[in-house]
Design a protein around this ligand. Structure first.
Ligand code: ZN
Length: 359
């Protein structure tokens, strides 16, 4: 099963639904149909709308700072706007982090004013009663969902949740990005462990789910920050391998396998008449059954999406780009000419070496 399902695109940003949210939507739909009570389904659709607005607010502020958003993934308790790069400028990170909950609070305030205007503000009590008895309860429910989602994301100071980003950026004003990240990820992991224990004790599956999400997210943030720090000052040119062996798109996989065994690289650019048309890797080869190798051409199984990087880019940027695209290597292209390949293995080897030399 896939983790995420693309549903639409807004302001040019692909919108994806995490499988947990999809299952929840279906579950509530079926539940509402069986019980002939539309309440639960309305509730979940409102949550969906609220989470979407929340993530869009983050994204629009980020885009104003020139940060590209590659996609938005919606989870039941919030979303993830995958930014091409989280700004290492605390002021920007703070503004982006506050935008999501801030918008929810603004929506909650407007909804409450509307309720007050029609003399129904008392409808919001009891607060945790989410039933829809009359149409006006829809407004009151929308108010509660926005208030809860905003508060939940802002007031839990655990990276990668918004509160954690606020904490990290506030720390970064004084301590710098790396030290701030170290402290913030440490706090986030402690909160995650506490949440998991609380979830097991209550028992509450959601809490355990969120705890996992926070723990893994915080660990990743920490790693990205460390890689950034260690690779700072190094360029792609310094770490790429320059002896590039290109293969022709018309050779068979049998021939390609031989080249692979003799050269021992894991990825090769593919050319047609000397022009770059794709990249073929060990995993592309291994997907084709052995007996089909003599009759299959490289051009048929290669990856046509060419991910390139300039030799003058920061090495850490190459690392981020590979992580985001989920690939192991980038082609290094200088003024249209292929001059090398940089792989995750190259980067990790360098990191290992630097660690050894430091100790
Ligand atoms: Zn958020």
């Amino acid at each position: 099963m896939k983790d995420n399902y693309r549903i639409s695109s807004i302001f040019g940003i692909p919108l994806e639904l995490h499988v947990s949210f999809l299952l929840l939507l279906l579950f509530f739909l079926v539940y509402s149909l069986i019980t002939l009570n539309p309440g639960p389904f309305i509730y979940i659709v409102m949550l969906f709308a609220t989470v979407t607005l929340h993530e869009l607010s983050h994204s629009l502020v980020a885009m104003r700072y020139g940060v590209k958003i590659s996609k938005i993934t919606l989870l039941p308790f919030g979303g993830i706007a995958a930014m091409e790069e989280i700004p290492r400028n605390p002021r920007k990170e703070l503004a982006i982090a506050i935008a999501g909950p801030g918008f929810n609070f603004a929506v909650a305030a407007v909804t409450l004013l509307l309720l007050a205007a029609i003399g129904e503000a008392g409808r919001i009590f009891p607060f945790f009663d989410m039933r829809i008895a009359e149409p006006v309860d829809l407004l009151s429910l929308f108010f509660k969902i926005n208030l809860l989602l905003g508060a939940f994301n802002l007031f839990i100071p655990a990276l990668p949740m918004d509160g954690g980003r606020v904490l990290r950026s506030l720390l970064a004003f004084r301590l710098g990005f790396s030290a701030a990240t170290e402290i913030a990820t440490g706090i986030a992991r402690m909160i995650a462990i506490f949440m998991a224990l609380l979830g097991a004790f209550m028992p509450n599956l959601w809490l355990i789910f969120i705890a996992f999400f926070v723990y893994i997210g915080a660990t990743q943030e920490g790693e990205v920050s460390k890689v950034h720090l260690m690779l700072s000052g190094l360029k792609v040119r310094d770490l790429m391998s320059a002896d590039v062996v290109a293969v022709d798109e018309d050779i068979t996989l049998e021939e390609f396998a031989e080249i692979m065994f003799s050269k021992k690289h894991m990825g090769y650019p593919v050319v047609r008449d000397g022009r770059l048309v794709g990249i073929i890797t060990f995993s592309d080869l291994s997907r084709v059954p052995r007996e089909k190798w003599p009759s299959t051409r490289v051009g048929e199984v290669m990856t046509k999406r060419l991910l390139t990087i300039s030799p003058e880019e920061e090495a850490s940027e190459a690392f981020m780009r590979m992580a985001r695209a989920g690939v192991g290597r980038l082609l290094v292209v200088d003024e249209g000419r292929l001059i090398g390949i940089i792989s995750k293995t190259d980067l990790l080897r360098t990191l290992e070496l630097m660690r050894l030399m430091r100790d």
